[in-house]
Design a protein around this ligand. Structure first.
Ligand code: SF4
Length: 223
């Protein structure tokens, strides 16, 4: 049984694959926060801006097995767009919540059988099953990591317990800083999005291993 908060077809808004069309499958639940506001400040990850509770979002639900979820994901990909070259291949991004609480090899296999390339966006605290083609690792606070190798490392910045120096020797093809936007728990001149963007920009200028990524989907107000 897979529990999915929501699924939708959109453009990837950040990182090395920004602008690429994808089906997003957002699993319910995370292992670093239970999704309840009352527990936020007692959680490992305190700045989540995503609703990760339940299965009541767009196209969400409980799916009995890998085939039924894979079919539902495939149904969201435009039927006319099945070109099988690398850049236009059907693409699914499993996110969350923490996708590795639920994503397993039967599901990656089912997606491959339907012609999809499989990506995940993970906090890195759990191991990755076989069949994942693209790993975006986004470490949170001092959470112990199970993986140190990925395709892109996308670090929300700044995080007191997870500054870039901790990850600069990880095995990644791309290193991104994503400015933190958390008006609900950080306010004032040093906690605004603009301030965090400026800090990230300054860090990238001094440390060119890291590149700035912005959340285009939020800037452009697309889903
Ligand atoms: S690790 Fe990601 S999904 Fe989990 S609480 Fe933090 S931001 Fe939200």
């Amino acid at each position: 049984m897979y529990k999915v908060k929501e699924m939708f077809y959109s453009l990837q808004g950040e990182g090395a694959r920004a602008g690429r069309a994808a089906v997003f499958c957002r699993f319910s639940k995370c292992n670093l926060w239970n999704g309840r506001e009352a527990d936020r400040l007692n959680s490992v990850c305190q700045f989540c801006d995503t609703d990760i509770v339940g299965t009541d979002g767009q196209n969400g639900g409980a799916f009995e097995n890998a085939a039924s979820l894979a079919d539902a994901i495939k149904a969201l990909w435009p039927a006319s767009n099945n070109v099988q070259n690398t850049s236009a291949k059907p693409y699914v991004i499993f996110t969350g919540g923490e996708p590795l609480l639920q994503l397993d090899e039967p599901l990656t296999r089912a997606m491959h059988e339907r012609g999809f390339e499989v990506a995940i966006e993970t906090n890195g605290t759990l191991t990755v099953p076989n069949g994942v083609d693209w790993v975006c690792l986004s470490p949170k606070a001092d959470a112990k990591l199970a993986i140190t190798q990925c395709d892109e490392l996308k670090l929300v910045f700044p995080q007191d317990k997870a500054m870039p120096e901790r990850f600069s020797n990880f095995d990644a093809a791309h290193y991104f800083l994503s400015p933190m936007a958390t008006p609900s728990i950080r306010s004032g001149p040093d906690g605004t999005k603009a301030s965090n963007t400026k800090r990230a920009l300054t860090y990238c200028l001094s440390n060119p291993q890291w590149r700035l990524t912005l959340q285009l989907h939020k800037i452009l107000e697309i889903d």
